[in-house]
Design a binder for this molecule. Structure first.
Ligand code: CMX
Length: 445
């Protein structure tokens, strides 16, 4: 496979770069930590290595240096379509190179050979109680696949550290290949007739998900799947889902353990569940007003939400300080396919109103929409109305970025993550010591 060959060439070069960086700058200080950082989720500190993507606070995500609008232009697409193949996105995330159409299709074909999910996983999903959240099902299904981990097998048979990345890549290809089928199985078991639909060999990874949940005829939905999965693929290494996976993987737990843990983090309302919560919030508005509210009514509703101590889902971000380009890309999609729908119009209205209110409210560091402010609406309007499933869709896309990060973590042999923790007493003591020191320096001067 060309992707694997490219990695084989690039990894030794990167390893040398890391050695060089450590030789030349190993003791240089690049970040300062304050007491406030300790109590604010260590935001804003350059603490992690993640080569796959980078989030610029104002420009948003850059996948291997390419902005959202760039990747939508340059990645190969099926003929006549606007959204790129996930296979091309994976090639880019893994190698850093822009794939040709052939490169993208090679990844798509490779996935097809690995896509089948074992019967025991389906049986397990079918045996789960009906009220199980689909994210729990996804996390469990990924974990169940661990039995087939190539990394685990290799490790038990003396795999060398230099080769860990290869077994991690094998697991990554196997897991990502199966992910649309896993998600579709969960959907069919939970919301349809519990029967599974086989993949269509003529469809790509993303479109096949649509096919396997009974929307194979719907080209618009296939287009949405490609867009949705691509946009959700990564968001820097510090976001909870990717970072959780990297942390777990740093213990040499394999891709399955790591990705299952990542999905548990993604399930939270402050992370991937915001798309579900946002849609519920929007539908609540339409229900309350019986139709689209006026701007004044909407403004009052937003204040009401905030005054009840609630957050506005889909708005704000830990890193972004501007409208998320992933929101903008989806807005464009909505304008093309569902401009007349009330729900979509409401999304546009909310975008006009909420940033002003949040700014006035004065708490959120960013009043702008993130990816989740619209993604649920596009799904809902496209007929996928089971909104507790939306985070699973986020997870399907995110699996691409997570696994690319894991391959690279093993490629550059990042060690066990183990930050030191200090107690509250120690923080107080450090503050007292530093205050005395500062007073001394001032009085000396
Ligand atoms: N509505 C109301 N209040 C908000 C807010 C919002 N959308 N966003 C932030 N705030 C509040 C925070 O709750 C916090 O309040 P407290 O000081 O009382 O705790 C304050 O503003 C400061 O928060 P912040 O530094 O701006 O934001 P954080 O980095 O702590 O959190 C995020 C970021 C995304 C969790 C937060 O903006 C939020 O809760 N947004 C709504 C949920 C959401 O859309 N999450 C999805 C993010 C994207 C993703 O990962 O999927």
């Amino acid at each position: 496979m060309k992707m694997q060959k490219a990695l084989k060439e690039k990894i030794p070069v990167c390893r040398d770069r890391v050695k060089q960086m450590l030789r030349e700058g190993g003791s240089l200080k690049i970040s300062d930590i304050s007491v406030r950082h300790l109590f604010s989720g260590i935001r804003g500190l350059d603490l992690l290595i993640g080569n796959v993507s980078y989030v610029d606070p104002y420009e948003g995500i850059h996948f291997r240096g390419h902005s959202v609008s760039d990747i939508l232009q340059i990645l190969p697409k099926p003929k006549g379509c606007k959204s790129p193949y996930a296979g091309g996105m994976y090639y880019l995330l893994m190698t850093g190179d822009i794939p040709t159409l052939q490169d993208a299709l090679e990844v798509e074909d490779e996935w097809k050979t690995r896509a089948e999910i074992p019967t025991y996983v389906v049986n397990m999903l079918q045996a789960m109680p009906k009220n199980t959240h689909p994210m729990t099902m996804l996390s469990q299904a990924i974990l169940a696949l661990q039995a087939d981990s190539k990394f685990d097998e290799g490790y038990n048979n003396g795999l060398q550290k230099l080769d860990y990345w290869q077994a991690t890549l094998e697991d990554s290809l196997n897991l990502t290949a199966k992910t649309p089928a896993l998600a579709a199985a969960i959907y069919n078991i939970k919301y349809r007739d519990r029967k599974l639909v086989s993949a269509d060999p003529n469809l790509d990874w993303s479109a096949n998900f649509g096919h396997m949940i009974g929307k194979g005829w719907d080209q618009h939905y296939q287009e949405l799947c490609r867009l949705f999965f691509g946009l959700h693929a990564d968001q820097g290494t510090g976001n909870v889902s990717v970072h959780t996976a990297c942390l777990v993987n740093s213990t040499l737990s394999d891709v399955y353990y790591s990705c299952s843990a990542a999905m548990n983090g993604l399930a939270g309302p402050l992370h991937g569940r915001a798309n579900q919560d946002c849609l519920i919030w929007l539908l609540g508005i339409l229900k309350k007003f019986g139709s689209l509210p006026t701007k004044e009514q909407l403004k009052d509703y937003v204040w009401e939400t905030l005054n009840r101590g609630k957050i506005i889902p889909g708005y704000g971000h830990a890193v972004l300080r501007n409208t998320d380009p992933r929101f903008t890309a989806q807005l464009k999609f909505g304008k093309a396919y569902m401009a007349d729908s009330k729900l979509f119009k409401l999304v546009e209205m909310v975008y006009e109103v909420v940033p002003h209110v949040l700014t006035k409210h004065g708490k959120a560091k960013s009043p702008w929409p993130n990816v989740d402010a619209i993604s649920g609406t596009l799904q809902y309007q496209s007929g996928l109305k089971e909104f507790d499933f939306y985070t699973v869709l986020f997870g399907v896309g995110r699996m691409l970025g997570i696994t690319a990060n894991l391959v690279w973590s093993r490629a550059i042999m990042l060690p066990l993550e183990r930050p030191q923790s200090i107690t509250l007493d120690m923080v107080e003591q450090k503050i007292a010591e530093l205050k005395v020191k500062k007073a001394f320096v001032v009085s000396e001067a």
